[in-house]
Design a protein around this ligand. Structure first.
Ligand code: HEM
Length: 413
């Protein structure tokens, strides 16, 4: 994950690190100024260009856009080696972090660690919701900070150096929260980035010296250090660690924000199954909404001719609203998940070999939180009608959510 550049991901807009999903690292020389990273107009442009019929087309932005489910799956799944193999999550400024075996080990170990943590700490969620979200809170930051609080010990164990704890907290405020980069001047961002990198690199070197693959990882930084190959560059490991920070605090927080926003603006849906709400929120507003890949050879993709000099931009936002595959594609209809849905046109966690390693733990946490919020609280939302905050990740607009306790709920008796 990079601290700057044109890359897309789950993080804050250009200038911040990237997390899984969405245009990966278009090569800088080929993409500067013409990639999907140029938020906030990118989403509007893509929507305007998509005619509902041509699933793959050459965009005015210079990319080849992919909006059809079959083509999107062909590219992301890459079974026929149509694109260069790549994972946005493991992309660093030096290229792809690897080898693939290490990527897989890291993804698995991270999932195990987070799952254990969720099991052990589930009982804390009602108190966190009451303490962080009621009586009212400003979103989407509230969602990110709640997730940070809940996963704090997984991100960094309690005994990690205080300076590192402070740095990770600052990274969240300066780079992960939606619009964070606009809150600080460019020189201040540059200075902070250097300081933060130093702190991270120092800690990673220290942990590499003590690394023991046989020990249980205490936090995600241990996972990255212990499961990577010996001799891995601390700078690359820092970027992979930041991918986890963005995936957890950023993406999960934004996804929670979308669920709360949609429930608040559709009060009649507050009784819907939490799992339907979360799925539908991720359909309408896939946090990881745009993925970049490079064709491996000249070929026809969805009726369009593409070559290795093209940049493919797979847009799951458009896949998820494809009029041929979804009924009432632009409407929030959680109930659709009670029946059969076009699975092949639903890719919130990607598709194929690089499918999100954290998908199951993410869904579980989101469903638990949405269940708590709708079961124990009455939710109302005020907002100024602004659209999504479009960046590497698709974040909800700013809104205020008021939670008032239900006298009739089981948790409050
Ligand atoms: C709402 C939350 C999340 C969303 C929407 C999301 C989405 C994605 C997507 C779309 C990809 C595929 C990227 C690609 O094909 O280039 C991905 C990859 C990945 N995600 Fe997530 N993610 C989320 C949360 C998490 C969490 C909590 C973790 C922590 C374990 C995680 C770990 C990973 C890893 C390790 C990969 C790389 C998989 C590989 O290449 O083998 N993600 N994620």
């Amino acid at each position: 994950m990079e601290w700057s550049g044109t890359r897309q991901g789950h993080g804050e807009a250009a200038g911040s690190p990237q997390t899984p999903g969405t245009p990966r690292a278009p090569r800088q020389d080929r993409t500067r100024g013409r990639t999907s990273g140029r938020a906030p107009d990118t989403l509007a442009l893509l929507k305007a260009e998509f005619d509902g019929t041509h699933d793959v087309w050459r965009s005015d932005m210079g990319t080849v856009c992919v909006a059809g489910p079959e083509s999107a799956r062909a590219v992301l799944g890459n079974r026929d080696a149509v694109v260069d193999e790549a994972s946005d999550f493991y992309r660093t400024r030096h290229g792809d972090f690897g080898p693939r075996d290490a990527q897989i080990r890291i993804g698995r170990a991270a999932r195990v660690l987070i799952r254990r943590h969720l099991d052990a700490r589930r009982g804390e969620l009602p108190g966190l919701v009451a303490g962080h979200l009621s009586p009212s809170a400003s979103w989407p930051d509230a969602g990110n900070l709640l997730v940070l609080r809940h996963l704090r010990d997984v991100l960094l164990h309690r005994d990690a150096p205080p300076q590192l704890h402070a740095t990770v907290g600052q990274i969240v405020h300066r780079a992960v929260l939606a619009g964070a980069r606009h809150r600080h001047s460019p020189p201040s961002r540059l200075l902070f980035r250097r300081r933060a990198q130093n702190v991270l690199h120092t800690e990673i070197r220290a942990r590499q010296r003590r690394s023991d693959p046989a020990r249980d990882a205490r936090d995600l930084l241990d996972v990255v250090v212990d499961e990577s190959d010996p001799g891995s560059d601390p700078k690359d490991l820092a970027e992979v660690y930041l991918s986890f920070l963005f995936a957890t605090v950023g993406s999960v927080g934004f996804a929670l924000g979308w669920s709360v926003y949609l429930l608040g603006t559709h009060p009649d849906s507050q009784a819907a199954e939490p799992s339907w709400t979360v799925r539908e929120a991720l359909r309408l507003w896939p946090v990881a909404w745009l993925f970049a890949r490079t064709p491996r050879h000249a070929q026809t993709l969805g009726g369009a001719e593409v070559t290795p000099s093209d940049l493919l931009a797979v847009c799951t936002y458009l896949v998820h609203r494809h009029p041929t595959h979804w009924e009432r594609p632009d409407e929030f209809v959680p109930e659709r998940w009670a029946g059969s849905v076009p699975d092949g046109a639903y890719l919130p966690f990607g598709h194929g070999p690089h499918t999100c390693a954290g998908a199951t733990v993410t869904m579980r946490l989101l469903e638990d939180l949405v269940e708590l919020i709708t079961r124990d609280w009455r939710l109302s939302v005020t907002h100024d009608g602004a659209g999504p905050q479009v960046g590497p990740a698709l974040a909800p607009p700013r809104f205020t959510a008021v939670l008032s306790a239900r006298s009739d709920c089981p948790g409050r008796r």
